[in-house]
Write a protein that binds this ligand. Structure first.
Ligand code: TNX
Length: 511
């Protein structure tokens, strides 16, 4: 991390005026169904107990951990079935008919009941409960109450099963703690995938036992020439485990065949001309590649993807595929075809940037569309051949774009993206000639050529991440800029209380 001061504004941390009660529907992303019951609020007191069945214990513990610091209440967790429901928050694993991530929340003056078919559903309900308490609940130290939850019923479930964000740890490296903090932001807004862009021209960030120099040499620098860094396999497992506890699936990306300069600095024999190049610390793209006509390329790819697959419990391996400008189209398609087979052999499913579209179909493959045009015949054709899509249009979802031309950080090649632009579009309607059912969800990439610190990360993520989260989670019928900006404004004091930085967009009526 750099020692120079960040150009983004400092975090504010006062908690005054942050104990105002929240209305039942003022949750972000907005729930599918909200039925307030005025006058039926539940008081959270020093006597409140959290009850759970044993299989819901982890979610109950997380709820307690989230609420204890600010409330100062003990909030003991019990799995004793004989513990009384009166005066308690109860977490139950039972099917409310709201799908694998849905949950139902019933808040009455005498008790709160959170019901879901899965721990993930309970986890999302826990985040809703957190947002239904006043902003001061984010305080790391006790704040005087009273604390109460608004009465009524929420029945909620996501529009899309895949809601994600990508962090580029290759251009600038971010340590485990920073990544865990990003996971916290994802979980808060019910996002369920963290895509880690682990390799690029400027850095290789994951230790691979069979090719140790990848990280040791390839991970030793970054854009601008800083020291770089890399994750040991234990570090990576820690990220994966922390994310899994929060119902976030890690999607590892090994970018192939382009964006591979760092690998070539570690193993010159992989370079098409066999010459080890010096490290690259600039921001150009498209100059490096692995030779698609050499067998060594494929044994390298199989070793790397084999290790990454073994470390990753989630279903996807992201193989990149973008901007391989030096590889002719026919050789590129053959390369992707072979890499897709290697992925299938690991038991995983292929995800790739939409440039992989021309390659043959491989079962289950998903293309991440980062284009900016409403028509893409090559992508539409791949969809007809069976591919499905993750929507990341650069002019809407790119978290590395500036908010405005005078923003202190960011790219601008896809235009400025302030909050309304990030929110006001429909993932199902962006691309013509593809059926809505082909869209699995949305994902927002944060490339880090110009993002160098945790403060800058949060500044770029917040408040655009919640905009994407609402697009991915909430029913289209709820889409409403006026309501969204009002609910978003209420998140500002939460971030400030939690010590997180954000962009105070002039489009949002922050308190
Ligand atoms: C394009 S989007 C890239 C990245 C850059 C990004 C900067 C994509 C698949 N490739 O290599 O970091 O633009 O916005």
């Amino acid at each position: 991390m750099p020692t120079t001061p960040s150009p983004v504004p400092p975090v504010v941390t006062s908690v005054s005026g942050r104990t105002t009660p929240v209305a039942l529907g003022d949750v972000l992303p907005v729930p599918a169904s909200v039925r307030p019951e005025p006058g039926a609020d539940f008081p959270l007191t020093a006597d409140t107990v959290i009850r759970a069945e044993p299989a819901a214990r982890a979610e109950a513990d997380r709820l307690a951990t989230l609420l204890r610091p600010a409330t100062g209440h003990p909030l003991p967790v019990t799995v004793d079935p004989a513990a009384p429901a009166a005066g308690a928050l109860t977490l139950a694993l039972a099917d409310p008919g709201l799908g694998p991530e849905g949950y139902r929340l019933d808040i009455t003056p005498t008790g709160v009941r959170l019901t879901a078919a899965t721990p993930a559903g309970l986890g999302h309900g826990v985040q809703t409960l957190r947002q239904l308490l006043p902003a001061a609940v984010e305080s790391p130290t006790p704040v005087a109450g009273p604390w109460s939850l608004p009465g009524g019923t929420i029945a909620d479930h996501p529009r899309y099963g895949h809601r994600g964000a990508m962090l580029d740890v290759a251009r600038h490296f971010f340590g485990v703690d920073e990544v865990l903090r990003v996971v916290d932001h994802l979980a808060r807004y019910k996002l369920n995938h963290l895509h880690l862009h682990l390799t690029d021209d400027q850095g290789w960030r994951l230790a691979i036992d069979s090719w140790p120099r990848l990280a040791e040499i390839g991970g030793a620098t970054a854009v601008g020439g800083g020291p770089g860094g890399w994750y040991s396999q234990a570090d990576y497992r820690r990220i994966v485990g922390y994310a899994a506890e929060r119902h976030v699936t890690v999607v590892p990306e090994i970018d192939l065949p382009g964006h591979t300069h760092a690998a070539l600095t570690a193993y010159g024999r992989l370079a098409p001309d066999g010459v080890t190049p010096p490290p690259y610390t600039g921001t150009e793209v498209g100059f490096s590649y692995l030779d698609p006509d050499r067998e060594l390329t494929y044994s390298f790819v199989a070793d790397v993807l084999g290790e990454v697959a073994a470390l990753t419990p989630g279903p996807y391996l992201h193989v990149g595929g973008d901007e391989a400008f030096k590889v002719p189209a026919d050789a590129y398609a053959r390369f992707v075809d072979r890499v897709q087979r290697i992925v299938a052999d690991t038991g995983k499913t292929v995800l790739g940037w939409h440039q992989i579209a021309p390659a043959p179909h491989s079962p289950g493959r998903v293309l991440q569309y980062w284009g900016r045009t409403a028509t893409d015949p090559v992508v539409a054709d791949a969809v007809r051949r069976g591919a499905r899509l993750l929507m990341s249009p650069a002019d809407r979802t790119y978290l590395d774009m500036r908010y405005a031309p005078d923003s202190p950080v960011g790219h601008d090649w896809a235009g400025a993206i302030d909050v309304r632009r990030a929110y006001d579009w429909d993932p199902a309607g962006y691309l013509d000639d593809v059926p809505a059912e082909a869209v699995l969800g949305v994902a927002a990439p944060l490339w880090t050529e110009y993002v160098t610190s945790r403060a800058e990360l949060e500044y770029m993520l917040l408040p655009r991440l919640p905009a994407l989260a609402e697009l991915g989670w909430s029913p289209r019928a709820t889409h409403d800029w006026a309501g969204f900006r009002r609910r978003l404004a209420a998140q500002g004091p939460r971030w400030e209380t939690a010590g997180a930085g954000y962009h105070r967009s002039p489009e949002v009526p922050w308190p």
